[in-house]
Design a protein around this ligand. Structure first.
Ligand SMILES: [Zn+2]
Length: 495
């Protein structure tokens, strides 16, 4: 019996890894012999992985590998409670059992046994709003370079919300071949927008509802899970995307603009991205003429109450992405944002690009600092109201937009949700079960239960006592593969 973290007992590291992941060193290395920098990255990656495998002992072995996390406290996102004295048994990539700890339990002699006393197990976190091509493409960072940052932060799956489809598919394939360093990637359509699309690098013009079936025929060949309507889409096209998408079993989300929230909700949209997609449609016409109205908007109005009621009744998910509004749009010039320690973890090329992109996109937006702070407080107030009205929330970040570091920004988003009045347990449910639900993966992800994929974040402190404790990560397990955040971080480039 190997005790994780206490013994090495390495038994020929590379062959078990190859077996476990279907990864072949030779062909994988060929992918990266493009230039000297890449060769160095690969060599250091291999070194780190060998170290990782030595640390993780048999965790990277075949499907017969058993891992037991003994006597930990498990977070149950359905009941939103912690359940103490639980033992989680993992076989291969799946959770075999979760139940009350029994001191007489016997595990196979080669099982990896992790002492869970004083530890807290969360289902793997999911970021519901990322881009693995957009923004990083301008900064000359490839999406695969960002993947270790997510995993090191406990994010074991991500939902792409609009990217160039060929490049995004390549990143998703890379992630599938590298579960030891990457979250699972679920792809999305490009941004379905008017002509010309706002973002020409990742947008696609759709101007006629009749075009929609052929467009979806094409997108389904790429295995997208989500369709995303963008800001200039008109209602007739938006409705056609929702109806045709639903006929094909796809989820439809939107960053709204021309198509109002009231219309999109009535037409059956599944999710709304960004608090803007609600906020901008609860502003009475006469109020919009007043200077500084955004920071003084009242929500006790029939317009706002009616929309919140509709969202709650139809169970339309809202993904506020507060982090990007604070860190990029409204308050990028505030020291607690631009000096945030999370920023230091992003590759230097991305950090160098962020100020250029802020300038190019005219951020900060919204006038004087005080006005911007008031507006952000209103975004948080509306988020709290959405929660209290019974609207299901998602947790997404819009990483890697400026100062929104992949993976670690999900913890910032959790902190901002809690500050907005969302109870800690509800925020954690949103980042796990709700996010798994919009990926239509609730059978496989989102809770710790038998038969589900073994995606687990093991914390050393109680997250319900303090949301920042979600950052105190000892181990991240994806697909049954055990990693330590500090080892995975070494796989992300600093340059
Ligand atoms: Zn986005």
């Amino acid at each position: 019996m190997a005790i994780f973290g206490e013994t090495c007992g390495c038994r020929g590291c590379v062959p078990p890894l190859s077996l476990r992941t279907g990864l072949h060193w030779k062909s994988d290395m060929l992918e990266f012999t493009i230039d000297h920098r890449w060769r160095l990255t690969v060599l250091s990656s291999i070194f780190s992985l060998v170290m990782l495998v030595c640390n993780a002992t048999s965790s990277l072995a075949d499907e017969a590998t058993v891992v037991a996390i003994v006597d930990c406290t498990v977070f149950d996102p359905v009941a939103e409670v912690l359940v103490p004295h639980q033992t989680i048994v993992i076989r291969g990539s799946l959770i075999e059992s979760v139940g009350e700890s029994d001191p007489s339990s016997q595990f196979p002699t080669d099982a990896v046994v992790i002492d869970g006393r004083g530890k807290f197990a969360l289902p793997g976190l999911i970021d519901a709003h990322v881009h693995l091509v957009h923004v990083s493409d301008f900064a000359r960072v490839t999406g695969d370079e960002l993947l270790p940052l997510f995993l090191a932060a406990g994010v074991t799956s991500v939902r792409s919300t609009g990217d160039e489809i060929v490049a995004a598919t390549l990143v998703a394939r890379f992630a599938e071949r590298h579960p030891e360093s990457s979250p699972r990637v679920f792809t999305c359509s490009p941004l379905l927008d008017a002509d010309p699309p706002i973002h020409r690098d990742i947008g696609r013009a759709v101007t006629d509802p009749e075009e929609v079936p052929a467009l979806l025929d094409d997108l389904q060949k790429w295995n997208v899970t989500t369709l995303k309507i963008y800001a200039r889409t008109q209602r007739d096209v938006g409705r056609a995307i929702i109806e045709e998408g639903h006929r094909r079993g796809l989820m439809v989300t939107a960053h709204l603009g021309a198509y109002s929230a009231q219309e999109a909700v009535a037409d059956g949209i599944d999710c709304l991205e960004h608090i803007w997609s609600v906020f901008n449609d609860v502003i009475p016409e006469d109020v919009a003429k007043e200077p500084g109205y955004r920071g003084r908007l009242e929500f006790d109005t029939p317009l706002c109450e009616a929309l919140l009621e509709d969202l709650a009744e139809r169970k339309t998910f809202v993904d506020p992405t507060l982090t990007v509004f604070r860190n990029m749009i409204l308050l990028p010039d505030v020291p607690e944002v631009y000096d945030h320690p999370d920023n230091q973890l992003a590759p230097q090329r991305l950090r160098d690009f962020w100020p250029l992109y802020l300038a190019k996109t005219g951020c900060p937006q919204g006038g004087e600092l005080e006005d911007r702070q008031r507006e952000f407080a209103k975004f948080q107030e509306l988020t709290g109201r959405l929660y209290r009205a019974g609207v299901p929330l998602l947790v997404g970040t819009d990483s890697p937009e400026p100062q929104v570091t992949p993976g670690f920004s999900l913890h910032q988003e959790l902190e901002l949700l809690v500050e907005s009045g969302v109870p800690v347990a509800a925020a954690l449910r949103a980042a796990t079960l709700n996010n798994a639900t919009v990926l239509q993966q609730e059978e496989h992800l989102g809770t710790l239960a038998p038969g589900k994929l073994a995606d687990i974040v093991l914390l050393t402190a109680n997250p319900l006592e303090e949301i920042r404790n979600t950052r105190k990560i000892e181990l991240v397990i994806r697909d049954g593969i055990i990693t330590r955040p500090e080892d995975v971080l070494k796989l992300a480039p600093s340059d």
